[in-house]
Design a protein. Structure first.
Lengths: 375, 308
């Protein structure tokens, strides 16, 4: 889950002791004008959890309250990368001498955190990364320890940071500690700016919380930016189900992400169009009833494939939920089952006796029948 | 040690819980040699006929084990894993899904120092048909798993079950099923599993079941190119839309790769047959096996075993 800039600066960088410019969070052009009157020359920034806001015009400079109000009016009318703008950060404009880049990110391939630093900060860091990767320095971290000052010093050595070097080293040490303290998956400062008055401040911050750690970071989790989802997807998320809605007409209910993706692949392979992704693997296998309700609420669905291959997920428990839901909802769309694995005898019996349906032996046959019925 | 053998001694952490109890019974009925369980509050008791200890360390002292398997919820998973690692488990099977990434990294770091191999997190475990299983697979179901000579590697438990079922239906039994886990940071990678099956004398061909995301399949491709045993693969996720990530650091770290085409191209360039649907796996395997002089017997061998 992602935080917007303002939340990340206030709740991640602030507690870590990393300096940010003076700012105010605003929701109206009037508030933006008042903020500018108090702060002076400023930038008005859309608070949306996407990196594309600068290029989309979601960040504008203003010298006067009048200009700040105009910028606010324009930005509040925008939708950037799917996110409607409802909040603005009015932030003091700084005299920037140099733009640096600093981030701590979970390096999944190496199974450890990684500190990244570059003197080529700013919007084009991705191009730097692919074009001249040598300009980004990397320091793998030990998860149980932070980074020592000498190690941080080595990372920035020879980069010509001058008088600011000590301050930058401080910030890197604090950033690594902040990553650890907040269960971050990513905490990124871009740019980290060297200012004319000698200060080093974070002008922007991106923060992603490790979803699995939300239970022990409740205050950060509560601040998460709303994800873009359809009303049905929202219903799924509220029920603890990972549901993604597509334009297709063949509904999918399967257990486990691997089997669910495969069911979608097979539907596509035989010329059909899957209507959703819905993962009821892991502990969610007991939620089959709620899951089916969701799949059938998708208005595009013309037929349904129920594909269970039970390992951990017990097929008789899932089938029980599906049978209950079908008896309650009495859908007009035809349902095609394929059931194997843990609990399959009992599950097949349930479907036969309660629904009068015969599960297909092969998943592909169930898929083909569902595609035909949806056409 | 990645391939489960009959003689391996197994510890079940969380043996008295609902899932721990259910799967302990299934593993025992399949021949798995479970020598001890852990529950700090039930030490000294017998559960399902297995002695229960307060910790993995105590269990190791009184009932030595080779493999530890965890039925432990995410908030307690790190402590349980560190206990098993301190005890000296050779292999730790982490079934738990949704362990905080920070804890996962700490588990991997500690395991690396102690020389414990980690399987998972979020793995469905290991099956060696005819010998036993460890984890949450239907290893006891002979419609799905039969002894044979095909090694199966899968990130997903449910898809791995489907693939094993398809192979068994086609008369192709399995030498080993290696569930490596669906998490982004797993201890035993596709490459590790492929190496183990390449070295295993009972394995004559490998089915690799991958998924979009990460670059494990790409890494394994280089190794597969040098193997004499045939490898066929199915990669799930061709019809799935790519996910969205925030910030630039992810792209800086992993670069390109991870998508369906990247994986398929890397594997095909390495001579691996990549099929479009799981049911095409048996035919692809047969073609590869038949093309191997001196190895065609393996298929017949597998069939004979499967029927016996």
């Amino acid at each position: 889950m992602n935080l917007v800039e303002h939340a990340a600066k206030t709740h991640v960088l602030g507690p870590a002791g990393i300096a940010v410019p003076v700012s105010r969070l605003c929701r109206t052009p009037e508030q933006a004008a008042l903020a500018c009157a108090a702060i002076g020359p400023c930038v008005v920034k859309a608070q949306v959890p996407t990196g594309k806001r600068g290029k989309a015009g979601g960040i504008r400079a203003a010298d006067t309250p009048q200009q700040a109000a105009e910028a606010a009016t324009a930005i509040l009318a925008m939708t950037i990368d799917g996110h409607a703008v409802s909040e603005l950060l009015v932030e003091q404009r700084c005299e920037i001498l140099r733009e640096l880049y600093a981030a701590v990110v979970t390096d999944f391939a190496e199974r450890r955190p990684l500190l990244l630093f570059s003197t080529e900060g700013g919007v084009d860091i991705e191009e730097i990364s692919s074009g001249t990767p040598g300009k980004i320095r990397r320091h793998p971290l030990d998860v149980d320890h932070g980074i020592s000052r000498p190690d941080a010093q080595r990372l920035v050595a020879g980069l010509g940071l001058g008088d600011a070097e000590g301050e930058v080293i401080d910030i890197l040490v604090k950033l690594v500690d902040a990553y650890a303290a907040t269960d971050a998956e990513l905490v990124e400062i871009n740019p980290l700016a060297l200012l004319g008055d000698g200060r080093v401040v974070a002008l922007d911050c991106k923060f992603t919380l490790d979803d699995a750690a939300a239970f022990r970071q409740p205050s950060l989790a509560a601040l998460r930016a709303p994800e873009i989802m359809t009303a049905l997807e929202r219903r799924g998320a509220d029920a603890g189900l990972k549901f993604i809605q597509f334009e297709g007409n063949v509904g999918v209910l399967a257990n486990g992400a691997g089997l669910t993706m495969t069911t979608m692949d097979v539907i596509r392979h035989f010329g059909g169009r899957p209507a959703n992704f819905l993962e009821i693997g892991g502990e969610a296998y007991t939620k089959a009833e709620a899951a089916l309700d969701l799949v059938l609420s998708n208005p595009g669905v013309r037929s349904l494939v129920v594909n269970f291959c039970g390992a951990f997920a017990r097929t008789e428990v899932m089938a029980g939920g599906v049978v209950k839901a079908l008896q309650r909802l009495r859908p007009s769309v035809p349902v095609f089952f394929s059931i194997h694995g843990t609990g399959e005898d009992e599950a097949v019996k349930l479907v036969r006796e309660e629904l009068g349906l015969e599960p297909f032996d092969l998943m592909e046959d169930a898929v083909k029948a569902a595609i035909e019925a949806a056409a | 040690m990645i391939i489960l053998r009959r003689e391996h001694r197994v510890l079940v952490q969380g043996i008295t819980g609902k899932q721990g109890s259910f799967w302990t019974e299934k593993m025992l009925s399949c021949g798995t040699r479970i020598v001890a369980g852990v529950n700090p509050k039930r030490a000294g008791e017998l559960h399902a006929g297995v002695p229960v200890f307060a910790s993995a360390e105590q269990a190791m002292a009184e009932a030595p084990f080779d493999i530890a398997v965890m039925f432990i919820p995410p908030p307690m998973a790190k402590d349980a894993a560190l206990d098993a690692i301190r005890a000296g488990a050779k292999l730790l099977v982490v079934l738990t899904e949704h362990i905080p990434a920070r804890d996962v990294m700490a588990i991997h770091a500690a395991a690396g120092r102690a020389g414990t191999r980690i399987l998972g997190p979020n793995t469905a475990g290991l099956v060696t048909p005819g010998e036993g299983f460890v984890g949450i697979m239907p290893g006891h179901n002979s419609n799905i798993f039969r002894p044979g000579s095909v090694g199966v590697i899968s990130r997903s438990g449910s898809l791995g079950t489907l693939v094993s079922l398809i192979l068994t239906r086609a008369g192709l039994g399995q030498s080993a099923f290696l569930g490596i886990g669906g998490d982004p940071m797993i201890g035993t990678t596709t490459l590790d599993a492929l190496r183990a099956l390449d070295r295993d004398p009972r394995t004559s061909a490998v089915v690799l079941v991958g998924e979009i995301g990460g670059n494990m399949e790409e890494q394994a491709a280089d190794y597969a190119a040098g193997m004499t045993k045939p490898v066929v693969a199915f990669i799930a996720g061709r019809a799935s839309p790519p996910g969205r990530k925030m910030g630039h650091a992810g792209a800086i770290v992993t670069g390109a790769g991870g998508g369906y085409l990247s994986k398929r191209q890397a594997l095909e360039a390495a001579g691996v047959a990549v099929v479009d649907t799981p049911s095409q796996l048996p035919d692809a395997l047969r073609i590869r096996l038949a093309a191997q002089p001196g190895r065609a017997f393996a298929e017949t061998f597998a069939r004979t075993l499967a029927k016996s």
